[in-house]
Design a protein around this ligand. Structure first.
Ligand code: NDP
Ligand code: MG
Length: 387
């Protein structure tokens, strides 16, 4: 980004990443301008955002909610678009330079895909896009010249640390994981955890789905697959280490043994801003680390027995093809069932494994096939939940 203004579309502006993105934009001194916003169910907040920011377009991605909403408060200079088509339309608009992909789940793939197809800069929070269709998305980006810049804090850290050497000099990357709220729970204690326990993350404030994924460590599993495609790594070049303080956001080891880390407070506004202003670094709203106080940085190996999601993530990363899409959809459905009180916490990961093992693997699927399998995997989880 230059000193000039950049027009930004924020897909998922009512969510945790979306709201943090609007704070970063507000603090940019006019360098970043929000020209499109979207919401799914929180249409009151979307209208508030439109009143405050006057984007060119807003998208209500759920047609049913949009049809029954009272839009009388919408400023007359803001155009309302509806549905997934609306997301794709704004992601492709010529006036939009940067698309922030901040929708949760595989519902975010369509808008991200449209942005990549249109050759935009994509600030990618929606890791599910890479998990579901990483190979196709990265191939498409090569064709269209789209730039995909990570927002996920670990991947932003890797992206920044990679700048210390050449690609062929990278030995491996090490993704840090906080370990979530159940880091020290025994297998028996895990049997008794509740939804409220799982939603209490020790270091990060995030949306509910990723918070539960952090508790099962499925989040790290998805991040392994995300990293594999974002950085074109072999799965055996991706390690995970538990780092409870969430200060070191990830590390890159080079062939000479040097390990480069990126540090910062657990504040998503920092990686969001870097994705929006890269290659520039600008002062911003993120909180600074305080080295005047004693600070500990602990690192411990991840326990694959208590957190089997990690092995599942590695297996899916190795398999490639349809594995990521099936794992992701099974997890989304299992998390929804857990939130509805229909599935126990410790059943989430075994349910995902069962669906993954049962699916008809295809090494080179089309996008349509991936969407089909996404629907199939969700149905499988729901079907078993009813048995
Ligand atoms: P939230 O649940 O807080 O927000 C999700 C956003 O997506 C909301 O704007 C929501 O709209 C919208 N949305 C929900 N369902 C749909 C749908 N079916 N179609 C279109 N839009 C939809 O999630 P987060 O902000 O926590 O996470 C967003 C993404 O960023 C996820 O992929 C997550 O993994 C990733 N991420 C998040 C981090 C964080 O700190 N939160 C850190 C790293 C990555 P509405 O609210 O109106 O229903
Ligand atoms: Mg992360």
């Amino acid at each position: 980004m230059t000193a000039e203004l950049a027009n930004v579309a924020v897909l998922g502006s009512t969510g945790s990443i979306g709201r943090n993105t609007l704070e970063v934009i507000a603090a940019s001194g006019g360098r970043l301008r929000p020209v499109a916003l979207s919401a799914h169910s929180n249409l009151d907040l979307l209208v508030c955002q439109a009143q405050a920011l006057h984007p060119r377009w807003i998208v209500a991605s759920d047609p049913l909610s949009a049809a029954t909403h009272d839009w009388s408060g919408l400023p007359s200079d803001v155009e309302l678009l509806v549905g997934t088509d609306g997301l794709e339309t704004v992601a492709r608009r010529g006036e939009v330079e940067i698309v922030v992909a901040a929708i949760v789940g595989s519902a975010g793939v369509a808008g991200t895909w449209a942005a990549v197809e249109a050759g935009k800069t994509v600030a990618l929070a929606n890791k599910e896009t890479m998990v579901v269709a990483g190979q196709l998305v990265t191939e498409l980006a090569h064709q269209t010249g789209a730039r995909i810049v990570p927002v996920d804090s670990e991947h932003s850290a890797v992206f920044q640390a990679l700048q210390a050497g050449r690609r062929e000099e990278v030995k491996r990357i090490i993704l840090t994981a906080s370990g979530g709220p159940f880091r020290n729970h025994t297998a028996q204690q895990l049997e008794n955890v509740t939804l409220a326990d799982a939603l209490r993350h020790p270091t990060w404030t995030m949306g509910p789905k990723i918070t539960i994924d952090s508790a099962t460590m499925m989040n790290k599993a998805l991040e392994i697959i995300e990293a594999r495609w974002l950085f074109d790594l072999r799965p055996d070049q991706i390690d995970v280490v538990v780092h409870p303080q969430s200060i070191v956001h990830s590390l890159v080891e080079f062939v000479d043994g040097s390990v480069i880390a990126q540090l910062g407070s657990p504040d998503m506004r920092l990686p969001i801003q870097y994705a929006l202003t890269h290659p520039l670094r600008l002062p911003g709203p993120a909180t600074s680390l305080d080295f005047s106080e004693r600070m500990r940085l602990d690192f411990e190996p991840a326990d694959l027995d208590r957190f089997p999601a990690l092995s599942l993530g590695l297996e899916a990363a190795r398999a490639g093809g349809t594995a990521g899409a099936v794992l992701n959809a099974a997890n989304e459905a299992a998390v929804a069932e857990f939130r509805a009180g229909k599935l126990h916490f410790t059943e989430i990961v075994p349910r995902c494994r069962a669906v993954l093992e049962q699916h008809q693997f295809d090494a080179r699927p089309s996008l349509e096939r991936l969407f089909e399998l996404d629907r199939w995997a969700r149905q499988e989880v729901m079907r078993w939940a009813c048995l």
